[in-house]
Design a protein around this ligand. Structure first.
Ligand code: SF4
Ligand code: SF4
Length: 234
C-alpha cells in the first residue's frame, strides 16, 4: 500500500526548482510500460542556452564508440536527488534514466501535457521563455496529483525558420522524417556516413550534432548565454 501523500503538487514543483530544474510541471502517466503504481509524472525542465550543453563525448571499447551527453547525466542526477527528496516526504518515487526514457515514456509529450511548452513546427518542445533550448527529465510518483495540462496559447509563430534551416529537409510541411535527421541516435548506414561528414568535432573525442532547427527558432533567441548563469544567481 502506498504511503499517504504528504506533499502538494505545488510543493513538489517548488522542490524540483529548488533542486536545480528551471521549471517543473505535472503530467498524467500515458504509457502502459510504466509500473502500475505510477499515478503522476513530475517533469523537470533545464534551460540549455549555451551550445556546450549539446556537446557529446565518446569512449571507445572493443572497437565500438559509446557516445555520452553530459546534459543527460545532469538531468538524471537532478531527477535522482528529487526522487530521493520525495521519498523522504512519504511518496513512492522513481527517477527516469536515459536508458529507460524511450521505453518508458514519451518525454516530449509529457512536457507538453505538463504545460511546460508547446510542440513547435520543429517537432520539439518550444518553451515560452527559452524557445526549444531546453531539455527534460522526469520523476514518477504514486501521488495522484492533477496534471497541469497543455498550454492554451500556441505561440509558435509558424515562421518555418526551423524548416528552412534543416539541411536535409527532415522538417517541412510533411512533418518530421526521422530517417533524414542527422542528429538521429540510431542512424541507418547511409545516414551514419552523412552524420560523420556533417558533425562538428571540436576535439577528436567530442562532437556537436546538428541543432539547426533549434538555433533558428526566434523564440528565446535573444537571451545571451550568460543569461542562464544570471538567472541561477537570482
Ligand atoms: S537536427 Fe538538423 S537534420 Fe535534424 S531536423 Fe533539426 S535541422 Fe534537420
Ligand atoms: S522557428 Fe518558427 S515555426 Fe519553427 S518552432 Fe520556432 S517559432 Fe515555430
Amino acid at each position: 500500500m502506498s504511503q499517504p501523500v504528504s506533499i502538494s503538487p505545488q510543493e513538489a514543483k517548488a522542490l524540483a526548482v529548488q533542486f536545480g530544474f528551471d521549471a517543473a510541471g505535472i503530467a498524467r502517466p500515458h504509457s502502459p510500460a510504466l509500473p502500475t503504481w505510477v499515478r503522476s509524472v513530475l517533469v523537470g525542465m533545464q534551460a540549455t542556452l549555451d551550445e556546450a550543453y549539446d556537446y557529446e563525448m565518446f569512449i571507445e571499447y572493443d572497437g565500438r564508440r559509446k557516445w555520452h551527453k553530459p546534459i543527460y547525466t545532469l538531468l538524471e542526477s537532478l531527477a535522482f536527488r528529487l526522487a530521493e527528496a520525495l521519498r523522504e516526504r512519504g511518496l513512492r518515487a522513481m527517477a527516469l534514466t536515459y536508458e529507460d526514457s524511450l521505453a518508458l515514456i514519451d518525454l516530449k509529450r509529457a512536457a507538453v501535457e505538463a504545460g511546460l511548452g508547446i510542440l513547435g513546427k520543429n517537432n520539439v518542445v518550444v518553451t515560452r521563455r527559452y524557445g526549444p533550448r531546453v531539455r527534460f527529465g522526469a520523476v514518477f510518483v504514486d501521488a495522484g496529483w492533477p496534471a497541469d495540462g497543455k498550454l492554451l496559447d500556441y505561440y509558435c509563430s509558424s515562421c518555418t525558420l526551423c524548416w528552412k534551416a534543416c539541411p536535409t529537409k527532415a522538417l517541412g510541411p510533411w512533418g518530421f522524417m526521422r530517417e533524414r535527421c542527422i542528429a538521429e541516435f540510431a542512424p541507418a548506414p547511409a545516414m551514419a556516413v552523412l552524420q560523420d561528414q556533417m558533425e562538428h568535432h571540436p576535439t577528436p573525442h567530442t562532437r556537436l550534432q546538428c541543432t539547426a532547427c533549434l538555433t533558428a527558432c526566434p523564440i528565446g533567441s535573444k537571451l545571451p548565454t550568460n543569461f542562464y548563469r544570471d538567472v541561477r544567481r537570482e
